[in-house]
Design a protein around this ligand. Sequence first.
Ligand code: SF4
Ligand code: SF4
Length: 66
Amino acid sequence: MLLKRYVVLAERCTACQRCLAVCPVGAIELSEAGIPEIQIAKCRRCGACKKICSQQAIINRVKLRF
Ligand code: SF4
Ligand code: SF4
């Protein structure tokens, strides 16, 4: 099974919070350091956060799961 998972690369993130504003299901929360974290259980994998991020700080990782 292929699993697509969106993750934030903290080293690229400028904490602009645009991804938080655009997520339709509120799946992105801020860490204590102010870096967004995508809650996998809530994420619908729509890709909106990745699209809006000008830093390319959000990537999707595809994982193989058996
Ligand atoms: S849109 Fe990109 S740079 Fe801005 S807070 Fe989200 S991940 Fe960070
Ligand atoms: S992929 Fe869509 S649902 Fe998931 S965190 Fe990004 S904007 Fe929210």
